[in-house]
Design a protein around this ligand. Structure first.
Ligand code: NAP
Length: 252
């Protein structure tokens, strides 16, 4: 019997979960899903799951060697740039083939009033000219870029109450949110402008559709650039990439 190939799946996204589920019955593979561990996972992927950082690119390269990993799929979030960079460096060092699974970015549609900016700092600079009550659909760590903007009401939504976020109004809620949820929120709070990362995908799109419906401007933050190398824009092409590499690969 041929021993199985070990595939490290860097996750924390819907696509990573779907890929782990699609590969669960494949006897040629042992999938190890890796999560950063920042939030409590709603649903754990099937198979082995490890949680927490590797200790930078060198730590990840050591992990690849120790666990005799044969393939890496980086299915982390499009804005998780540090882990993607580390994965590219570590795979090069360890000689392990790597695929980056990146869902397509959102594109503006008729009626959208997007102001596209390159990063959080540019988003904060653009905000005062666009509205006084802003809904900031960004992560807790990213809020720092908006701290101290004078004369603005800054609303952010998160799952757990943060300890130290003076200057922001925090709404505690857990997604997913529907178009109706977002329309009701914008109406209730009198939101005049929305700030969002261009994450792509369906799960967090309702706020963008709601902004269009209410003709609100959206400050849309562009993605960091993808790592060079192989890319897939969804689960089916990622499965095809894996299948192609399993042919003739030295197993673990
Ligand atoms: P990041 O800035 O790229 O990564 C920071 C550090 O966290 C990495 O250097 C690594 O630590 C550790 N890390 C990140 N993802 C990991 C994973 N899948 N497995 C093990 N360690 C991981 O990442 P982030 O933006 O904070 O995102 C953290 C996680 O949340 C990712 O899994 C991502 O897919 C998910 N997520 C992010 C966003 C977002 O908007 N950024 C949205 C939804 C989900 P070491 O250097 O110690 O290895």
């Amino acid at each position: 019997m041929t021993p199985e190939t070990r595939l490290l799946l860097l996750g924390g996204t819907t696509e990573a979960l779907a890929l782990a589920e699609a590969l669960a019955g494949d006897r040629r593979l042992k999938v190890i899903s890796s999560l950063a561990g920042r939030t409590v996972a709603h649903r754990l992927p099937p198979g082995e799951v490890r949680v927490g950082g590797f200790g930078g690119a060198s730590g990840l390269a050591a992990y690849l060697n120790e666990r005799r990993i044969g393939l890496v799929v980086d299915a982390t979030h499009p804005f998780a740039a540090a882990i993607s960079r580390n994965a590219a460096l570590a795979c090069r060092e360890a000689g392990v083939p790597r695929l980056q699974l990146l869902r397509p970015a959102w594109e503006p549609e008729p009626g959208d009033r997007w102001h596209e900016v390159p990063d959080m700092a540019a988003a904060a600079a653009a905000l005062p000219a666009l509205g006084r009550t802003a809904f900031l659909a960004v992560g807790r760590q990213e809020l720092a870029a908006f701290a101290g903007l004078p004369g603005l009401r800054l609303i952010a939504r998160m799952v757990e109450a943060p300890d130290d976020l003076a200057g922001f109004e925090i709404i505690l809620a857990r997604g997913p949110f529907t178009l109706e949820d977002e329309l009701a929120l914008f109406e209730r709070e009198g939101v005049e402008v929305v700030v969002s990362k261009n994450s792509g995908g369906e799960a967090t799109y309702a706020k963008i559709a709601a902004a269009r419906r209410r003709a609100l401007p959206v400050v849309m933050i562009a993605r960091p650039s993808a790592e060079p190398g192989d890319h897939a824009d969804g689960v089916p092409p990622a499965l095809a990439w894996i299948a192609a590499r399993l042919v003739g690969l030295p197993a673990a």
